[in-house]
Write a new protein. Structure first.
Length: 425
């Protein structure tokens, strides 16, 4: 096996596949994807529902179909793959240490790396859920894998905690497979997933969502027998007199995703405490030269199409870096989260690159605004550089805004840029 690659991509989900394809298309010689699973495609392999590809293909596809398109493209462009191989460590000088059954411990060197390790689900321990510790408590993604990949039902009577997308999608899936989903409980006063999933997965199947309500206690010794639900106030304190015991044999947790960045930290990549992903510029390069990141490892995306787009940008940057051992730095300007914005990605705009192509900003609102909003990018003097109207702003749905090359002059003069989401006057 060759030991030096132009670009090594870690992870073969939509972010990694797009990055590898783009690296090849932009002149990188040897490009390798390392994947710990036995199949390419990442999380999409288990997402057999439709709802993928609406933005890129204008088509409503199941996850595996969407993935297959890019798997074939990667194979067609000559991307190498190393499957069933776990990356254990990366260094700032871009040495990659991995392990697999046939070759044992492997050491590879890359001129550029793209981190595309996706994210993982929050577990019971991370939300400090009290009660006994019986079998029957699963994360929604684990249950999804059981049903869609292993062909096994994890239970018969479910309560789902959290209104994230995976939980709502699983509420529908389990109902189709004959289980009873008794309730979806959400601690926040608003939905945390996409509205379309609420309509298509809960409303259409008569499944009740209760907001500002959570699991107070899990009941059962060997197997879950019931959960105790309770309403909470704004500070998440239980409201007296609102407890209800709901008999069930399984509890699914859909309580958030965390970008998978243990490897990134080992390589010296700095993480944004709000996104839990790397600080990146508009080419998705991290603070470590030559190490790029794409997809859910950067921040948790709601739509796969934007993951693919980010993968293309990161892969192109990685190819340029691999060929030049650097990319023209250019002056950079910081992008900051302003009014009602929790975070914005990328964190920095490279002034020079904006002259060539548009840059997509992605952000999440802090609190919902259920009326028309104006999203603005403003310079230090409040001058509007880019803007966009939206019918509403909801924390569960990413807001996307592009800065076009025509704003190049204005960005050249800016010292910092702030992104705001305000009610439209
Ligand atoms: C349940 C669910 C439902 C969704 N539904 C929709 C939908 O309907 N429509 C839509 O547009 N989007 C949907 N999404 C969102 C979209 O699927 C994700 O945003 C996208 O798949 C993320 O891609 P990724 O490449 O960043 O990560 P992933 O697809 O998670 O891929 C990461 C890969 O990295 C590998 N990896 C991690 N660490 C290592 C390591 N150390 N060594 C080697 N390999 C490693 C993993 O095995 C994995 O294959 C859904 C997501 C989920 C989880």
């Amino acid at each position: 096996m060759k030991h030096t690659y132009d670009v090594i991509v870690i992870g073969s989900g939509p972010g990694g596949l797009a990055a590898a394809i783009a690296a090849k298309e932009n002149g990188a010689g040897d490009v390798l994807i390392i994947e710990r699973d036995i199949e390419l495609g990442g999380i999409l392999v288990q997402c057999i529902h439709n709802g993928f590809g609406l933005e890129i293909f204008d088509e409503d596809m199941p996850g595996p179909t969407y993935a297959q398109h890019f798997i074939e493209k990667a194979r067609g462009t000559g991307v190498d793959t190393l499957m069933d191989t776990m990356v254990l460590d990366i260094t700032p000088d871009r040495t990659v240490y991995a392990i697999n059954k046939s070759q044992g411990y492997i050491q590879l060197v890359a001129r550029a790396i793209v981190l595309a390790m996706g994210c993982r689900e929050r577990t019971r321990a991370q939300i400090l859920l009290p009660g006994s510790r019986p079998a029957g408590v699963y994360t929604a993604g684990t249950a999804q894998r059981f049903v869609n990949v292993e062909g096994r039902m994890p239970g018969e009577q479910f309560v789902i905690l959290g209104s994230g997308d995976i939980g709502m999608i699983m509420a529908r899936r389990l109902t189709i497979e004959g289980a009873k989903v008794k309730r979806v409980l959400e601690i926040m006063p608003y939905l945390t997933g996409l509205t379309r999933n609420y309509v298509q997965c809960l409303l259409d199947y008569g499944i009740t969502l209760q907001k500002q309500r959570t699991v107070n206690r899990i009941i059962g010794r060997d197997r879950v027998e019931a959960i105790e639900a309770v309403s909470v106030d704004e500070s998440w304190n239980p409201i007296p007199g609102t407890k209800e015991v709901i008999p069930c044999d399984s509890l699914l947790l859909s309580v958030g995703l965390i970008p998978e960045n243990e490897l990134s930290k080992k390589a010296g990549v700095l993480l944004d405490p709000v996104t839990n992903g790397p600080y990146v510029d508009d080419r998705f390069m991290t603070n470590v030269p030559g190490i790029f990141a794409a997809g859910n490892v950067v921040h948790v995306y709601d739509l796969v199409d934007w993951v693919t787009e980010a993968g293309y940008v990161a892969g192109k940057g990685a190819a340029q870096f691999a060929q030049a051992e650097a990319i023209p730095e250019g002056k950079q300007v910081a992008l900051e989260a302003g009014e009602n914005v929790r975070y914005v990605v990328p964190h920095k705009l490279t002034k020079a690159s904006l002259a060539e192509e548009l840059v997509r900003l992605q952000m999440r609102a802090v609190t919902p605004i259920e009326e028309r909003v104006l999203v603005t990018v403003e310079d230090q003097d409040g001058e509007v550089i880019a803007k966009k109207g939206e019918p509403y702003a909801r924390p569960g749905e990413i807001i996307s805004l592009t800065i076009k090359p025509k704003s190049f002059e204005a960005v050249q003069k800016a010292v910092k840029l702030t992104v705001n989401v305000r009610k439209r006057k």
